[in-house]
Design a protein around this ligand. Structure first.
Ligand SMILES: NC(=O)c1ccc[n+]([C@@H]2O[C@H](COP(=O)([O-])OP(=O)(O)OC[C@H]3O[C@@H](n4cnc5c(N)ncnc54)[C@H](O)[C@@H]3O)[C@@H](O)[C@H]2O)c1
Length: 371
């Protein structure tokens, strides 16, 4: 199979779909790999490294779209790319089609095959290609929060660990899933006192088993949240109700009673945010201050650590890509029902129920069209 990767063109997206190591894996399996010139620059991979791994460098994105059977990307195709997608071409990337009707129409019109990283499931029913980004965002949330607690950054001038004689910072983590448990890990490691809040007692029990008295676990009720927020130096918003807008656990009334210069990192912003005050911000302009509280609401946090994110994403996506290249698309899908769940669009059909429902389009179960 001819496999291609492109330089991402979304604002501040530095990740790349294939690392040189991934290129080598495809080459060793007997496939041809095409890489757009400069595609890996944002995460430190040079054209020479790709050439050494066996890739052919192509000058423009148009060349890659014209050549490759399987396009491995990070972000969804953007409008300027819609016209380049070819019939029967396989696009393997994050798609997030539910809120993006123009993209759905473009993929249907092109009669391509689109597999979304975010809906592939493993044999435990988990989302293996989404998980590493949650781990990264959770870890980053504490690192970023620590930075914005510094006085010159607008924060209250608090060091997470404190020092002997001066108390450590109070961190509240709302949600104890992939993002939340990663945030807890770093927060504990940095010497803060951590309170983690969730509705799922099993998640709280799991974290308490690991960290014991180093953390406090708290069941999520409005009263408990009213009580804990005024004491927080840093709040990490990490709740998720799959497929729905994030519940607004932090109400506007809470900000004026929080400490002046405290920080909210609302990681859940991609689902609308779990603070009423949140609105999406960008890496260019990541924070705004409301009622004395610093609010960080960047929707693509992992892009900031592009080297780590690219490699973590590659670790999760490579095996499925190799299976598609080795077996051919249809046999690979039929062999792995979890990969089949990644199929969102197939040759003019919407094959993912949630996407069809979100846009009022006809839904065709993947089993009916993949032969
Ligand atoms: N901003 C970014 O760059 C970025 C990166 C990665 C993930 N995310 C987002 O972060 C969010 C969390 O992702 P995740 O992987 O941790 O999800 P997850 O499903 O692993 O965990 C979410 C947790 O929230 C809990 N929860 C749900 N409702 C709650 C409530 N009312 N009170 C307390 N807890 C509640 C759930 O029980 C669950 O444990 C998602 O919206 C995800 O898309 C954002």
């Amino acid at each position: 199979m001819k496999v291609g990767t492109l330089k991402e063109i979304k604002n501040h997206e530095y990740r790349v779909g294939l690392t040189p190591n991934a290129v080598l894996a495809y080459k060793n399996a007997g496939h041809a790999v095409f890489v757009e010139k400069g595609a890996g620059e944002g995460c430190g991979y040079s054209n020479d490294q790709y050439i050494a791994a066996g890739a052919k460098i192509m000058t423009t994105a148009r060349d890659i779209w014209a050549e490759a059977d399987l396009i491995v990307k990070v972000k969804e195709p953007l409008e300027s790319e819609y016209g380049l997608i070819r019939e029967n071409q396989i696009i393997y990337t994050y798609l997030h089609l539910a809120p993006d009707r123009p993209q759905v129409d473009a993929l249907l019109k092109a009669k391509c095959i689109a597999i979304a990283y975010e809906t592939i499931r493993d044999n435990k029913g988990q989302l293996p290609c989404l998980k590493p980004m949650s781990q990264i965002a959770g870890r980053l949330a504490v690192q970023i929060g620590a930075r914005y607690l510094e006085k010159p950054m607008g924060g209250r001038g608090v060091l997470l660990s404190g020092v002997p004689g001066v108390p450590h910072a109070e961190i509240v983590v709302l949600g104890a899933g992939g993002v939340g448990s990663s945030a807890v890990k770093i927060a504990v490691g940095m010497g803060a006192h951590v309170t983690v809040v969730d509705l799922d007692n099993d998640r709280l029990e799991y974290l308490e088993d690991i960290y014991g008295s180093q953390i406090t676990t708290l069941y999520s009720t409005p009263e408990n949240i009213d009580d804990i927020l005024p004491r927080a130096d840093l709040v990490v918003g990490a709740v998720l109700v799959p497929g729905s807008a994030a519940p607004k656990l932090i109400r506007n009334k809470h900000l004026p009673v929080m400490k002046d210069g405290s920080v909210i990192v609302d990681v859940a912003i991609d689902q609308g945010g779990c603070s009423e005050a949140s609105r999406p911000t960008t890496h260019d302009n990541p924070v705004f201050i409301k009622d004395g509280v610093v609010n960080y609401c960047v929707g693509n946090m992992p892009g900031a650590v592009s080297y780590t994110s690219t490699n973590a994403l590659g670790n999760a996506t490579l095996r499925y890509g190799l299976q598609i290249a080795k077996l051919g698309l249809e046999p690979a899908l039929k062999q792995d029902s979890g990969l089949m769940q990644g199929l969102n669009v197939y040759k003019g059909h919407v094959t993912y129920k949630g996407v069809a429902e979100a846009h009022g389009l006809d839904y065709t179960p993947a089993d009916n069209v993949v032969r």
